[in-house]
Design a protein around this ligand. Structure first.
Ligand code: ADP
Ligand code: MG
Length: 222
């Protein structure tokens, strides 16, 4: 199977005044194409830091990260942004939709800013149909429930056909039944499309949906 993510000996330290905080220490991880993988750990264990580094949103203090064989740690900021646009999709705990845009426009937005040509409307329609939003595509986020907002965010993450979707605690702001629906939806899309998913959680019921769970504590994988 292809290696979608390779993390080698990655550490991340933050400097806070005179103190240094070690958010990640010597992390090694390989994720293969088509996996549905969970990173599990308590608050403060380094989950967001790890996902942000894999997602080219931040750079490690030391170590190497490659996406689809491309070493992201050596790219310029511009090339990292380009790789992010071509290959990655993001889902966040707080949904992070643009409040003034409708569900449809939120999903369309990444295609427009990255100037993806072709049948934009057809792609938006297909992405929204896959997440089961029904008739609510002309509504703004404030008119949607949390679960519906996260469905829109999943459609937005997938509309560019990324090789990897990173979901940082995607169910943490949802009640447990809705959280389960969201993880089941991600699971179905992973199976149907073959898209690789890495998601973080501290909820054992959500973890159990994963093919593989890696546990993190105090910045170290166990
Ligand atoms: P999690 O997502 O598992 O809650 P984080 O990756 O957010 O964990 O944080 C890991 C550790 O790094 C924590 O101790 C946190 O306080 C610290 N940390 C995260 N981001 C920063 C930052 N920008 N500046 C300083 N410390 C940070
Ligand atoms: Mg976090």
């Amino acid at each position: 199977m292809s290696e979608v993510v390779s993390v080698k000996d990655v550490s991340k330290t933050y400097r806070l005044g005179t103190q240094t905080v070690t958010a990640l220490a010597d992390v090694c991880l390989t994720v293969h194409g088509g996996e549905f993988m969970a990173v599990a750990g308590p608050s403060g264990s380094g989950k967001t830091t790890l996902l942000n580094l894999i997602g080219c949103l931040d750079t490690p203090t030391s170590g190497e990260i490659a996406i689809d064989g491309e070493a992201i740690t050596r790219l310029t900021a511009g090339r990292r942004a380009d790789l992010r646009a071509r290959k990655l999709g993001f889902i966040f705990q707080t949904f992070n939709l643009i409040p003034v845009l409708t569900a449809w426009e939120n999903v369309e937005y990444p295609l427009l800013i990255h100037r993806r040509g072709g049948d934009v409307a057809g792609r938006v329609r297909a992405a929204l149909a896959q997440v089961g939003l029904g008739e609510r595509t002309r509504h703004r986020p404030s008119e949607l429930s949390g679960g519906q907002q996260q469905r829109v965010a999943i459609a937005r993450a997938l509309v560019g056909e990324p090789s990897l979707v990173l979901a940082d605690e995607p169910t943490a702001n949802l009640d447990s039944a809705t959280g389960r629906e969201i993880v089941d939806l991600m699971r179905r899309l992973n199976r149907e499309r073959g898209t690789t998913f890495v998601f973080s959680t501290h909820d054992p019921r959500i973890m159990s949906a994963a093919d593989r769970v890696v546990e993190i504590s105090d910045g170290r994988l166990r």
